[in-house]
Ligand binder design. Structure first.
Ligand code: GLN
Length: 490
């Protein structure tokens, strides 16, 4: 296998056994990025010089026998994570000149684990989107079919890992932005429990929903990287004080007797038939492994899209008020007065979808409409939570599709926000309830990947990873790679 095809686990092992050096590995990925990124647009910033220097430092540690599981293994960060001294745009032109003065906790921890940063990945502007088409830096293309979207908002991270431009990448998931792009590009995408991973230095979209996580080639790789990212952080008061289990040690858990609830509401109209069939086949696979399958109803879950599209814009309208042209980011030319400075800086810096969310959010929080929209949405959010609580009294995990369709063509939904929002119909519930969820490749429909979603109770990451791993021991969907473009590259 070529270096860029190796898993995180295999790279870590090979580095410790000195089969190859971190500089060689890093160079292989930088070559892939140089060859493929112009067509895919997965990276906004490539940090080649720093990556090679960090790789050399990792090699020195490896030579001294100080290698740990991730020492010298490259990764990419979604451009929502602040990186000290490196451009951090959050996919927005308003932060087109923002060089972060500090590292996010996630960045700091993966750096401390010895990982080598290749660059910052493209994303929907402020993580608002399901197709990566709202980015201020152009859309990302899906390596499985460059005419299609990679999903969003962590689309750059997904495309980078799927095309072998990085062995693993971070993402964030506010309403599905790790799981949906993972599904659409054939990756394993884990959104941890709200509070499992620190949000410090992760640019805020909707603070009660945002959670950092990982897009990887397998459950093993996701377990390795999550173990290094997760855990309490004094700088984020919503990050839970709870020890991090050894996710890798927990992977080998038999599926016999596992109680799986199949979410009835996830198999209704709107689910593309090929996707439904692939997910059903996966469910059958778990039955063969000895799991017990029962149908479960979460009656309020169909309300999750309208609930989310009130709560998330409300929080976004508040979070994004800090981008005002005064403290950081884009400032308009020759402001006449303070109001003109605010209006033109924001008007020029934000894209259309972000403006739509700010307006929606401001509206639902306004004095006359707060009770009718925001308060009502919070009440429905409680009902959705209660549905999940009831379900988890009877089953260990819930399963269903991750996304209603495989990757759709670029441009197919951009002019119709409601249709775009419906992509999130199966993912948003877990965010509203703060639950961990994982998407695992479970088939191909006309050559495009499909994801199985597994949702667990709070802090069940270990179980979700074990379920994903059990499936990946039996199948090879996660090892399928998108076709290489004709002519070949590095
Ligand atoms: N697609 C959803 C949105 O546009 C979710 C995005 C996310 O998870 N960051 O808000």
């Amino acid at each position: 296998m070529k270096l860029h095809e190796l898993s995180v686990a295999a790279l870590g092992r090979g580095l410790r056994e000195r089969e190859f050096s971190s500089v060689e590995v890093t160079r292989a990925f930088l070559d892939r990025i140089a060859a493929r990124n112009p067509a895919l647009n997965a990276f906004i910033t490539v940090t080649a010089g720093r990556a090679l220097a960090d790789a050399a430092a990792a090699d020195a540690r490896l030579a001294r026998g100080e290698g740990r599981p991730l020492t010298g293994v490259p990764l990419a960060h979604k451009d929502i994570f602040c990186t000290d001294g490196i451009l951090t745009t959050c996919g927005s032109r308003i932060l087109g000149n923002f060089v972060a003065p500090y590292d996010a906790t996630v960045v700091e921890r993966l750096d401390a684990a010895g990982m080598v940063l290749l660059g910052k990945t493209n994303m929907d502007e402020f993580a608002m989107g399901s197709s990566n088409e709202t980015s201020g830096y152009g859309p990302v293309r899906n390596p499985w079919d460059p005419g299609r979207v990679p999903g969003g908002s962590s689309g750059g991270s997904a495309a980078a890992v799927a095309a072998g431009l990085a062995p693993v990448a971070t993402g964030t998931d506010t309403g599905g932005s790790i799981r949906q792009p993972a599904a659409l590009t054939g990756l394993t995408g884990l959104k941890p429990t709200y509070g499992r991973v620190s949000r410090y230095g992760m640019i805020a979209f909707a603070s009660s929903l945002d959670q950092g996580g990982v897009l990887a080639q397998s459950a093993v790789d996701a377990a390795l990287v999550l173990a290094a990212m997760a855990g309490p952080d004094a700088r984020d008061s919503t990050c839970i004080e709870r020890p991090v289990p050894d996710y890798v040690a927990g992977l080998e858990r038999p599926m016999r007797g596992l109680r799986i609830g199949i979410i009835r509401e996830f198999f209704g109209p709107g689910l593309e038939p090929g996707t439904g069939a692939a997910v059903q086949a996966a469910l059958g696979g778990f039955r063969t492994l000895g799991a017990e399958l029962v149908e479960v109803s979460l009656p309020n879950l169909p309300l999750s899209v309208p609930t989310y599209y009130v709560v998330a814009p409300a929080e976004a309208s508040s979070n994004l008020s800090r981008f005002d042209g005064v403290r950081f980011g884009h400032r308009c030319a020759d402001p006449q007065d303070l109001r003109d400075l605010y209006e033109r800086s924001r008007g020029e810096g934000f894209g259309a979808e972000v403006k739509r969310r700010i307006m929606t959010g401001t509206y639902v929080l306004s004095a006359g409409y707060y009770d009718a929209y925001y308060l009502k949405a919070q009440q429905v959010r409680s009902l959705i939570n209660a549905d999940f609580r009831r379900a988890f009294a009877a089953v260990d995990v819930l399963m269903g599709p991750t996304s209603p369709t495989p990757a759709f063509p670029l441009g197919a939904k951009v002019d119709d926000p409601i249709t775009m929002y419906l992509n999130d119909i199966y993912t948003i519930g877990a965010n509203l309830a703060g639950l961990p969820a994982i998407s695992v490749p479970c088939g191909l429909v006309e050559g495009l990947p499909v994801g199985l979603q597994v949702i667990g109770p709070h802090f069940a990451e270990e179980l979700l990873l074990a379920v994903a791993h059990a499936w990946q021991r039996e199948t090879d969907w996660h090892q399928r790679r998108p076709p290489e473009p004709a002519g070949g590259t590095a």
